[in-house]
Design a protein around this ligand. Structure first.
Ligand SMILES: CC(=O)SCCNC(=O)CCNC(=O)[C@H](O)C(C)(C)COP(=O)(O)OP(=O)(O)OC[C@H]1O[C@@H](n2cnc3c(N)ncnc32)[C@H](O)[C@@H]1OP(=O)(O)O
Ligand SMILES: O=CC(=O)O
Ligand SMILES: [Mg+2]
Length: 533
């Protein structure tokens, strides 16, 4: 379906979505079009630059702190002070923007709700537009619904979480909106529609416009976001500096530019977050052909205490606190199960450990995936923060992390096992089937799986395959072996009671393409997006 709107040069190709007309107004679309016209070409150049840099890193097995930005690292500057709503971020709940989860997240007792249009979201047109409808209502505290006979509405007896919206990464285009005949950058659609409708209202209420920015690979990409913010604020008469953004350091190239990223966004910064799952994916992706030192063991044995992961989180806290910026921890992916107390007990124990380590390391708060884990994170951060809202004053001057520390993957303990391979295939296929069905976050075997965790599963197989890895039982990882496991998984899932098999064929086909094919697909969600409405 195609409908041309009165916004000049803008064509909306997506079908009607309930209340979509309140979001896709001519004025909002014109605003998005202005962002696209100003910044679309620069986005394209930066993506090309990413590719060059990655090719070089894969060839040399090296990344370095930048010489040309040494003056930024060595000079004295601080990011802008956090607004009152963002001074205490000890617990942040993440989740998709569907209406029920929005209400549950806002009521969860967390300080922040990361409203996710990215890792946890399938960008079906319906999700893109209805997510904006729900955000519009969430900001105005008018979000409610009836579902399965239950009434959902905002509670009066809890402080509602402050929404921080995570738009898609720079790599993704939104093909349902064309500007001058070209698909709009997805990030500009997500940011633009949210900002257009909610920036002023959020300002009035003290809850925004606040964002999380995913998957960046360089400070130049952060500069692009900063320029987007400046133009957007100017365009709508929102005071400069109103936008606050927390950047996910979740790619290995970005770990080498943490200070520069904060510097570029210093008037709009709300800190950095250690996005551990995409980070692992990025390490595998970047160095996938750079030699055996970079080949990691089974996904489940690579934990946050692995030396290269520790170097990354230590450097993140140090960098943030040196610049007066918040350091926010990542996601422990264990989820509780209300029907299984043993699973819940195990999950809570793991989350306690993870959050305790982060709080003691100096993080100012961290993420949880499920409302039943908010209290765990709160408890661990309360124990360290007490009545203070954060621990920005802990400068962690004891930390010293070198390029070699960040790249020290070779010492990661753990085996490469057939069970690891089987599990990666199983989880990857289940997740892609869920994603194709419109559900970008899923509980699989009591773990939270999303686009980032699925990327690890498939890229690890690709890496093992293309580095002729021999598993601990003596078998070599070959295309035939992976295809055999894939076929067994498909059969098992087809027979599994309750497994929604309608997307299984496509999920298996996609998984094979992104895990086995010689050419490494940049993001699995790109070919997956071609498969949906
Ligand atoms: C790598 C990263 O980027 S991490 C960040 C991105 N990922 C995410 O945000 C994932 C967030 N988590 C989730 O989406 C969910 O917890 C899942 C999919 C893993 C599990 O969800 P469910 O299967 O619904 O779990 P479960 O049945 O235990 O949920 C119990 C209740 O909690 C609610 N709930 C669960 N997780 C969340 C959440 N993150 N936000 C709000 N509500 C939630 C459910 O809606 C359900 O509500 P109800 O009792 O009113 O029906
Ligand atoms: O977005 C978070 C991550 O871990 O990836
Ligand atoms: Mg991520």
């Amino acid at each position: 379906m195609s409908r041309t709107t009165p916004a000049q040069g803008v064509e909306v190709r997506g079908g009607p979505v309930e209340r979509g007309d309140e979001i896709l107004t001519p004025e909002a679309l014109e605003f998005v079009a202005r962002l696209q016209r100003s910044f679309g070409a620069r986005r394209d150049e930066l993506l090309a630059r990413r590719q060059q840099r990655r090719d070089e890193a894969a060839r040399t097995g090296k990344l370095e702190f930048l010489e040309e930005t040494r003056h930024i690292r060595e000079s004295d500057w601080q990011v802008a002070e956090a607004p009152p709503a963002l001074r205490d971020r000890r617990v942040e709940i993440t989740g998709p923007t569907d209406r029920k989860m929005a209400v549950n997240a806002l009521n969860s007792g967390a300080k922040v709700w990361l409203a996710d249009l990215e890792d946890a979201n399938t960008p079906h047109w319906e999700n893109v537009v209805s997510g904006q409808v729900n955000l519009y209502d969430a900001i105005r505290k008018q979000v409610e619904l009836n579902s399965n006979g239950k009434q959902y509405k905002l509670r009066d007896d809890v402080e509602h979480a402050v929404p921080l919206v995570r738009p898609r990464g720079w790599h993704f285009d939104e093909r349902h909106i064309l500007v001058d005949g070209e698909p709009v950058v997805g990030a500009l659609v997500d940011f633009g529609l949210y900002f257009f409708h909610n920036a002023q209202e959020g300002q009035r209420r003290g809850t925004g416009p606040y964002f999380y920015l995913p998957k960046m690979e360089s400070h130049l990409e952060a500069r692009l976001w900063n320029d987007v913010f400046v133009q957007a604020q100017q365009d709508l008469g929102v005071p400069q500096g109103s936008v606050r953004a927390t950047v996910l350091i979740e790619t290995i190239p970005a770990a080498f530019e943490m200070e520069e990223i904060l510097y570029e966004l210093r008037e709009h910064s709300a800190g950095l977050n250690a996005g551990r799952w995409d980070y692992l994916f990025s390490v595998i992706k970047t160095f996938r052909s750079a030699g055996s030192d970079f080949v990691l063991p089974d996904r489940n044995s690579v934990t946050m205490t692995a030396s290269f992961m520790r170097a990354y989180t230590e450097l993140l806290v140090r960098t943030c606190h040196k610049r007066g910026a918040f350091a926010i921890g990542g996601m422990a992916a264990f989820i509780p199960n209300r029907r299984d107390p043993e699973v819940t007990e195990r999950a809570l124990a793991k989350i306690h450990d993870d959050k305790r380590r982060e709080a003691n390391d100096g993080f100012d708060g961290s993420w949880v995936a499920h409302p039943d884990t908010v209290s765990v994170c709160k408890e661990e951060f309360d124990a360290v923060l007490g009545d203070e809202p954060n621990q920005l004053d802990r400068d962690r001057a004891d930390v010293s992390v070198s390029a070699a520390d960040l790249l020290n993957t070779a010492e990661t303990p753990g085996d490469k096992t057939f069970e690891g391979l089987r599990s990666a295939v199983d989880v990857g296929v289940r997740y892609i089937a869920s994603w194709l069905g419109g559900n970008g976050a899923a509980g699989i075997h009591n773990m939270m799986e999303d686009a980032a965790t699925a990327e690890i599963s498939r890229s690890q197989i690709w890496q093992w395959l293309h580095n002729d890895i021999v598993l601990n039982d003596g078998r070599q990882v070959t295309k035939d072996l992976v295809r055999q496991v894939l076929a067994d998984t498909e059969k098992q899932l087809r027979d599994e009671e309750g497994f929604p098999s309608e997307n299984l064929d496509r999920a298996v086909e996609l998984f094979e393409r992104v895990a086995v094919a010689d050419e490494f697909v940049d993001f699995l969600t790109l070919p997956a997006y071609e498969q949906i409405d």
